[in-house]
Structure formats: C-alpha cells, structure tokens
Design a protein around this ligand. Structure first.
Ligand code: ADP
Ligand code: ASP
Ligand code: MG
Length: 466
C-alpha cells in the first residue's frame, strides 16, 4: 500500500478521478482489475462507480411496477446472486457483515418494488435504482481492502445536489462545489482512496435523484470540476473511443486523441461510451478526459482535450436510436411570424430539447429524443402533443434513427456531401441536417436501415483513413 507523504500536495494538484462503468465492476475479477488501475496511479484519489452490470436494468424493471410478485422475487434473487459472487471472494470474516448489508438493501428494494406495484413514479424509481450504485460502491471498498489498500465509502448524495427532476435531474453546480469543498476535498487529502457513486444525487430536501441512464460519466466529470481535478478517467469495456461503436463495426479504429468538440458531438449523436453531458463540466474547467479499458489498461486509450494535432474532415460516425419525428403543419405559417416561437415555447415547457430541425413554407419538422430518463418511459407526452394540436396539424413518426458523421471544417470542404451521399445512396433518407455546425452531418433514417447505413459510411469515409 502506498501512503501519502511529502508528495501529498503534489498529488492534490494532479488529482485524477477514476470512473468505472457497470462491466468494469460486474464481478469480483472485474473489481480487482479496477483496484489495479486505481493503485497504479498515485494521483487517483477519488473513485466513482456505476452499479454492477445488469443491476440498474433489473431495478428499473422492479420500479416499473409491471412485474407480478413471483417475477419480482426472481429479479431480487438475481440481484442477490450478482452481489454474492463478489462477497464470496472476500475474507471469511467479511462475508457475514457484507451479506447482512446486502440483505438490508434487498429488503428495501423489495419494499419499494411492492410500493411501485401499486403505482409507479419517477421519484420512487430514483429511490429504488440508487441501491445499485450504493451496493457496488460498498462492495468495491471491501475489494480494495482485501487487496491491502485503504479505501473509504462516501455517499455522493452529501455533495451531489440536484434539482427535483426525478429520473433526469439537473445538477446544481454551485452547491456541488461548496459541498465538495467542505465534505469531500478534505477526505481526498487522507491516505485512503475515496469511493463514491455515479448516477445518483439528492435534491435540497435530501430526496434521492438520478441524472438519467448512463449518468455516471457525467457524475465523474461534475465531481472532477468540483474538486478541481487535473484529469478525469473514464474506465469502461473498450480501450478508448473508436471511429464508431466497435460492436456494430468490427473494423472501427481506436482514436488516440479527440477535441472536446468532437467528443461532445459523438456523445450527443449516440456514442454511448460517454454520456452526452460528460464534456460540459470538463470544458468549463479545461480538464482533459481519458477513456480506456479497465480490463486492458495496457492498450492505452483516448485523450479528450481542448486541441488535437489532427483535424480530419471525417473523424467518426455515430448512431442514435429511438428518434421521434414530429411534423407540424399550419397554413397559418405562410408569412406568419411567431409560429416557430410558439412551437418552441411548448417544447421548452415540456422540457424537450429539439435535435434536428427542417422547415418549409407551411411546416416544420423536428426530431426529439425519446429520452434517457431513468424510468426508460418515452417522455413525449400526449399533453404536449395536444397543446400543439390546438394551433397546427401534428404528425408523429417513430422507429427512426439518427446517423451522424462527425468531423472538422465540414461545411468549408468541397466534396464532403458527395462522399456521404454516395455512401448511403441505397437508403431512403427521411431528413438531413447540415450547416448549423461545422462538425456534423446528420441523416434521419428508418430504424432498419440505420446500422447498414452506418457500416457503409464507416467503410467509405473512415476505413484505412483513421
Ligand atoms: P460503461 O458501463 O462503462 O459506462 P457503456 O456500455 O455505457 O459502458 O459504454 C461503452 C460502450 O459504448 C462500448 O462497449 C461500445 O459498445 C459503445 N460505444 C458506442 N460508440 C462507441 C465509440 N465510438 N467508441 C467506443 N465505444 C462505443
Ligand atoms: N447504472 C446507471 C445505468 O445503468 C448509470 C451508469 O451506468 O452510468 O444507467
Ligand atoms: Mg456508460
């Protein structure tokens, strides 16, 4: 075990925050790999973890209230098995207290699931799903100790203040900063590695909230900003950010370095490796973000930073599923001012952000994301559509996907669109967006065409060029 000594101040100047995703903490072996990664870097003082792989999905199912009692108990048994596998590897004297702790969480989960079966809510969902991160963080502390390192559990809800939008809460960055200075920073100066939870937070009344699915990356970046970290490391199941999802395109290539802008565009347009908001706090404080594999740290990874040496026209392609297209038509739009303002005011009222927009003389088409709310329930409400229907004709189309090309100086480079259109010539394109940013060109396609189109785009624009 290494202890802080005269280097103490130095370490705090170079503070690294390491976030481990679900597969990185899936079981005892995976957690052991995390311990190796953390202890190899003396600057890593704060560890942020997701729930063990599969756990949040089960908790979301239980929170939906849709399972009958037998199915709910089966899910709880599965949760028990996932966590017991880790406990079984701990020293014999640790196993009884850990199992007791696990059972306390499972009892609470069972009670909350029973409550959900009488009526679900986003508030209840957050209260239930937080147990995933609370359990994984509790257990990985024991794994650190088992391997001979000092580690301490820290409940992130002490500092991660959010508003009360359960299921998709907005962090209150100033409160997070002050709370972290008071409660978290002093702990990072001790000789223990501090382990905390991603994804979860609390509102001003202390009620548990969540940042939306995949939100642990965002938590790590927010904590990095609050603690003035020098680096934020996102450890996951692939050795860095690739030219596209390597699960969809086996020829995808790892990218050594990316600008904040490129990475943010990739995340926004569906590269699941980073939660779309992750880069926001990093950019505010100019903190470089590293992405690598906790199982294969020797393979290196991607550095996301303000500037990079190369600025290729085509950097990556990304896919975002579950897009809904809303076409709003009103004869009154002809020559009428204020129509768009009225439409956008309604989207704002319902908290919907618009991704793509296209207008004609009498209509406007927009795409909305079905949402990354923790409950998984699509958040395009009938109330919102009814409000729109009071002044225009509304047509909703779903089963669509967004395929985006991410690059640099795209609108200033001749031939970009020809290359892209040639690559997907055989697919019907429902909508195109280009021009608002120099960094992307997006196509809306039928769900069934999206992956083949992504493969074609990757092959034509990126293979042998990355
Ligand atoms: P974690 O649980 O560690 O947060 P995620 O499943 O959320 O991991 O994100 C990692 C996954 O992101 C990878 O396994 C990969 O399938 C997917 N992915 C999507 N786009 C990319 C990309 N451009 N580069 C690398 N991985 C990507
Ligand atoms: N456990 C949460 C999820 O599965 C948060 C995360 O993994 O980032 O969405
Ligand atoms: Mg993730």
């Amino acid at each position: 075990m290494w202890l802080l000594n005269g280097k103490n101040k130095n370490v705090m100047n170079q503070l690294d925050i390491a976030k481990f995703g679900g597969t990185s903490v899936a079981d005892y072996a995976a957690m052991t790999a995390c311990v190796k990664v953390v202890t190899a870097n003396p600057n890593t003082r704060l560890v942020v973890v997701s729930a063990c792989a599969g756990v949040t999905n089960i908790l979301v199912e239980l929170a939906s209230g849709a399972l009958d009692k037998t199915a709910a108990l089966q899910r709880i048994d599965k949760l028990r098995a996932i966590h017991q596998e880790i406990i079984a590897h701990l020293a014999p004297e640790k196993q009884a207290p850990c199992n007791e702790h696990l059972e306390e969480h499972l009892t609470e989960i069972r009670n909350l699931a029973a409550e959900a079966s009488m009526g679900r809510s986003d508030e209840l969902t957050d209260r239930l799903v937080c147990h995933g991160e609370l359990l994984s963080s509790y257990l990985i502390v024991e794994v650190f100790k088992q391997q001979g390192f000092k580690a301490e559990f820290f409940d992130v809800r002490r500092v991660m203040r959010t508003d009360s939008t359960f299921g998709c809460a907005k962090p209150l960055v100033e409160v997070l900063g002050t709370q972290s200075k008071e409660q978290l920073l002093p702990l990072l100066n001790t000789d223990a590695i501090i382990v905390t939870q991603g994804f979860i937070g609390a509102n001003s009344e202390g009620m548990t909230t969540t940042l939306g699915r995949g939100g642990s990356d965002y938590s790590a970046a927010l904590l990095g900003e609050a603690c003035n970290a020098a680096t934020i490391s996102i450890w996951t199941d692939v050795p860095g950010v690739y030219t596209t999802d390597p699960r969809l395109v086996p020829h995808a290539q790892p990218i050594d370095e990316l600008t904040y802008l490129e990475a943010a565009e990739m995340a926004t347009f569906g590269a699941k490796i980073l939660h779309p908001s992750t880069l926001v706090p990093a950019v505010r404080r100019n903190i470089p973000v590293f992405v690598g594999s906790s199982k294969e740290p020797e393979k290196g990874g991607t550095w996301v930073k303000p500037e990079t040496e190369t600025h290729p026209s085509f950097r990556a392609v990304a896919l975002r599923k579950n897009q809904t297209l809303i076409v709003l038509a009103s004869p009154k739009m002809v020559g009428a001012s204020g129509f768009l303002a009225r439409v956008f005011a309604i989207f704002a009222k319902y908290g919907k952000s618009v991704d793509l927009v296209s207008t004609s003389e009498v209509s406007i088409a927009v795409t909305l994301d079905a949402g990354s709310n923790t409950s998984g329930i699509p958040s395009i409400s009938e109330d919102m559509l009814n409000e729109l229907r009071t002044f225009c004709h509304v047509k909703v189309e779903d089963k669509l996907s967004l395929v985006a090309i991410i690059g640099n100086e795209m609108s200033k480079t001749a031939g970009i669109t020809t290359q892209a259109f040639d690559a997907i010539a055989k697919y019907a394109v429902r909508m195109i967006c280009y021009g608002a940013s120099n960094h992307n060109l997006c196509f809306l396609l039928n769900e069934a065409d999206a992956v083949p189109a992504l493969v074609e785009l990757h092959q034509h624009l990126l293979e042998n060029k990355a």
